[in-house]
Design a protein around this ligand. Structure first.
Ligand SMILES: C[S@@+](CC[C@H](N)C(=O)[O-])C[C@H]1O[C@@H](n2cnc3c(N)ncnc32)[C@H](O)[C@@H]1O
Length: 403
């Protein structure tokens, strides 16, 4: 354990308690306040454990007057790091799973106080919580104006499902980012960004994890765009922008990561097309309201008894729509997965298509394109927007339709 030569016995005792809590896996968090060191405008720090790629790290949230910055440190650097930080703060609170220890310093003396043990149920709740929400920090400022947390930084009960979705989404995105080549600046576009829940969470995560994100949310609804711009400004998110416009005509200069969560109907096809066209390294979408194929679909005779039931017909149309999307991504050089990204109880629209660009792509894979033709023939499908867009035939086949 590292203790600075000038530290008081109380400080040493505090650091020893931290060391023990970490070693016995009973560490919950530490809050350091009344910072006296040289970092300008730093107000307080919160230290937690975070699991990244199967490795536990020490996560330090530095709270400045106008922004939060997070850094992760290997566990074996914990003792010297915390020893330094504690020496620079007038107050430190250590929360373990069963107690709270407070160190308060003034010019003359240091006082150490230990408070009562937390109740057993709280202990379980806390350790469970730490497992559940490790990708978006509940203390993040933007969650309040977005209506996810209240002023005490607690999740508003009616937003619990959204909170779960956001965390899961960022977790998946974080894993996929490890599989792609990331240049200096990471250009991300969220197509159909709505109130910006994911746009903000992803930007915050990227920024706190040493990426250089430039994130744009594209949204039709002008009021939502204004609202999001306002929250971005207040959060001091300088490279997060919102653009009022139609996904179907929006074309950024550069696109590394394309995301579209529940972008309505064929808006998803336009977003995927833009991703493929601009050689996005990652395409991540959770489609919704699949309206295009169902009216075209003719049941193959052997499936008629099954598809006579409306619910089955709807599910089949949805599966066919997303299968063709996934196969097109595969044909155009993407490693593609289709999976449930969050349990059904959190959202019924829980299917995700996640695609990462293969390095060896030369030309569309004809074998996969033939599989699409066979599927379309089987169901009598004439028109799938993503396919038409990729062939450059969308406008011909949609004469009169505005986009
Ligand atoms: C179901 S909401 C999802 C919002 C957000 N992605 C989320 O998951 O919280 C779909 C959003 O897409 C927007 N949208 C639908 N079609 C669009 C289009 N063609 N261009 C831009 N935005 C569109 C809607 O206005 C709506 O805000």
């Amino acid at each position: 354990m590292t203790v600075s030569a000038s530290s008081t016995p109380q400080e040493q005792q505090f650091l020893e308690a931290f060391h023990q809590a970490l070693a016995s896996q009973r560490f919950d968090r530490m809050i350091l306040s009344q910072y006296q060191g040289e970092i300008e405008a730093l107000e307080k720090m919160t230290i937690r454990m975070i699991r990244l790629q199967d490795e536990w790290m020490l996560n330090v949230l530095y709270r400045f007057k106008t922004q939060d910055v997070t850094k992760n440190f290997p566990i074996d650097e914990a003792d010297p790091l915390v020893s330094n930080l504690v020496s620079e703060c007038k107050q430190a609170n250590l929360f373990t799973l069963d107690s709270e220890l407070q160190l308060k310093k003034n010019k003359k003396k240091a006082i150490l106080t230990q408070s009562k043990k937390a109740s057993a149920s709280k202990i379980i709740e806390k350790s469970h919580d730490r497992q559940k929400h490790r990708f978006v920090e509940q203390e993040s400022y933007f969650l309040q104006p977005l209506g996810i947390t209240d002023q005490k930084e607690q999740i508003i009960p009616s937003m619990a499902r959204k909170w779960k979705q956001i965390n899961k989404f960022v977790e998946i995105c974080s894993g996929a980012l490890n599989q792609i080549q990331v240049d200096q600046q990471l250009n991300v576009v969220d197509f159909g960004s709505g109130k910006g829940y994911l746009t903000f969470a992803l930007y915050d995560y990227l920024q706190k994890n040493d990426y250089k994100p430039y994130v744009t949310g594209v949204e039709l609804n002008e009021k939502m765009v204004q609202f999001c711009q306002d929250v971005a400004r207040k959060s001091d998110f300088k490279h997060l922008d919102f653009f009022q416009g139609d996904v179907r005509t929006y074309s950024p200069e550069k696109l590394d990561v394309m995301i579209a969560l529940h972008a309505c109907d064929v808006a998803t096809d336009f977003a995927i097309h833009t991703g493929i066209r601009l050689n996005a390294q990652m395409i991540m979408c959770a489609p919704c309201c699949h309206k295009e194929l169902r009216p075209q679909m003719q049941s193959p005779s052997v499936l008629k008894p099954m598809l006579q039931f409306g619910i089955h017909e709807g599910q089949q149309a949805e599966m066919l729509t997303d299968t063709i999307r996934a196969l097109l991504l595969k044909a155009y050089g993407y490693e593609t997965k289709v999976f449930e990204f969050v349990a059904l109880e959190h959202t019924s629209k829980n299917k995700m298509i996640l695609a990462t660009k293969r390095k060896d792509f030369n030309a569309p894979d004809q074998q996969v394109l033939d599989q699409i033709i066979a599927l379309k023939n089987m169901y009598g499908i004439q028109k799938h927007s993503l396919e038409l867009l990729l062939k450059g035939e969308w406008e011909q086949q949609n004469i009169g339709e505005k986009c």
